[in-house]
Design a protein around this ligand. Structure first.
Ligand SMILES: Cc1ncc(COP(=O)(O)O)c(C=O)c1O
Length: 388
């Protein structure tokens, strides 16, 4: 199911078409970049979307009871997360929701905490809305990262800081935060009246033996202070349908968020994402499990090849299908590294510096692709590094 190789050129894909220099893929390079998968979504979802399309009505659509029931039951079944239908607000994507939350919960000039290196739209969303990035950089410890809690305490206590964006699991460093770590983050935010937006979009994509804790499950007191971003997009490879489910238990936070959403002009959900989401959340757990097992084996393969490249270090990956490689041993600046990966290795990457200062000299590779393609790309990397 996951070994098939598809050429997605000509589909309007970010990864294959619009962000790739002309001719690069034709010359044999392979995109291990943008965070969607090279796997077709589950057959049940494809069938549900086809059947819906055949009806021929792409009308104004709401997240009705059937939709919300599917989301609620999935949260309980897969994440032991008990929610009420009313807590769910549908939005056209998690990045959209982050922007809405920034406007709903902060004023121009307020500070918003992030922990870099982190998914770069976090920083952009804060700056584009005239708010101030308050960075609490993650600390590299061996082949992994930790949060700097003492600095977080200080930053959260600042008068101007009103919101924190937590990435959980963390893109790009692949951490699945422990319950103890989440306890500390949640408590610091609660104590300082800093609203905590927990972006849990990667929560289904976990490496073997890892388990994700939804922030509200750490301590029930957190529910008054959190906005949890979820979606079918990463889990079932449905990003192009542009739908996310934002879960807000607090009535007052929910009302503020929805008022802002209405000001932003967002009302109905994508009509195609309704059958896709219902089917994904009711009938496709098996696909998620098989996809995770396949990605686990890809990560093992990546680790074994990269261990043979002295200049490159692969960091631990606990969650997501993204690997974070320390390439500093190659001694190349960011531009030279990008050219080396593209031209000498045939790899289209997401450069580490996009994710913040601490990402300089790193690269993020997406390993949710057919194993043979990944192996070929990493062997090209190994051969090119040997030649340097
Ligand atoms: C942490 C994180 N949040 C949000 C998104 C994008 O979400 P959406 O497509 O729903 O805007 C991504 C995509 O890579 C991501 O990694």
């Amino acid at each position: 199911m996951f070994d098939s190789i598809f050429n997605r050129k000509g589909t309007g894909s970010y990864k294959w078409d619009t962000t790739v220099p002309d001719g690069l893929i034709e010359r044999g390079a392979y995109p291990l970049s943008v965070a969607d998968m090279e796997f077709r979504t589950a057959p049940e979802i494809r069938e549900a979307v086809s059947a819906f399309a055949q009806k021929g009505f792409f009308c104004y659509t709401d997240s009705d009871k059937e939709y919300r029931d599917a989301v609620r039951e999935f949260m309980l079944r897969r994440h032991d997360f008990s929610i009420e239908n009313e807590w769910i607000t549908c939005v056209g994507g998690v990045v959209f929701a982050i922007n809405t939350a920034i406007r709903a919960f902060t004023e121009v000039g307020d500070g918003v905490i992030i922990q870099s290196p982190v998914y770069y739209p976090f920083r952009n969303s804060i700056e584009n809305n005239g708010r101030v990035v308050v960075d609490n950089p993650l600390v590299r410890v061996g082949a992994s990262y930790e949060m700097n809690f003492s600095q977080l305490e200080e930053l959260a206590a600042r008068e101007d800081v009103k919101l924190m964006l937590l990435c959980s699991p963390h893109n790009p460093v692949g951490r699945v935060w422990t319950k103890a770590e989440l306890e500390r983050v949640g408590s610091i935010c609660l104590k300082n009246n800093v609203i905590l937006l927990s972006d849990e979009i990667h929560f289904d994509i976990l490496r073997q033996g890892q388990s994700h804790t939804v922030i509200n499950n750490v301590d029930c007191a957190f529910a008054d202070n959190t906005v949890i971003c979820t979606a079918v997009s990463k889990s079932f490879n449905l990003a192009g349908l542009g739908t996310s489910n934002i879960i807000i238990a607090s009535k007052s936070l929910r009302e503020r968020f929805r008022r802002q959403l209405s000001t932003d002009g967002y009302s109905c959900i994508n009509s195609v994402s309704r059958p896709a989401t219902i089917t994904a959340y009711t009938s496709c757990d098996y696909w998620l499990d098989e996809m995770n097992a396949y990605v686990d084996a890809n990560i093992d393969l990546a680790r074994s090849i990269i261990a043979q490249i002295p200049q490159v270090e692969m960091l631990d990956c606990q969650g997501t299908y993204l690997i974070w490689l320390d390439m500093k041993g190659l001694g190349l600046d960011d531009d030279a590294l990008d050219k080396f990966l593209q031209n000498e290795c045939g790899i289209i990457q997401d450069p580490g510096f996009w994710f913040g200062e601490g990402g300089k000299g790193y690269t993020r590779l997406n390993v949710a692709c057919p194993r043979s393609v990944l192996e070929a790309a990493l062997l090209r990397l190994k051969a090119a590094c040997n030649k340097l």
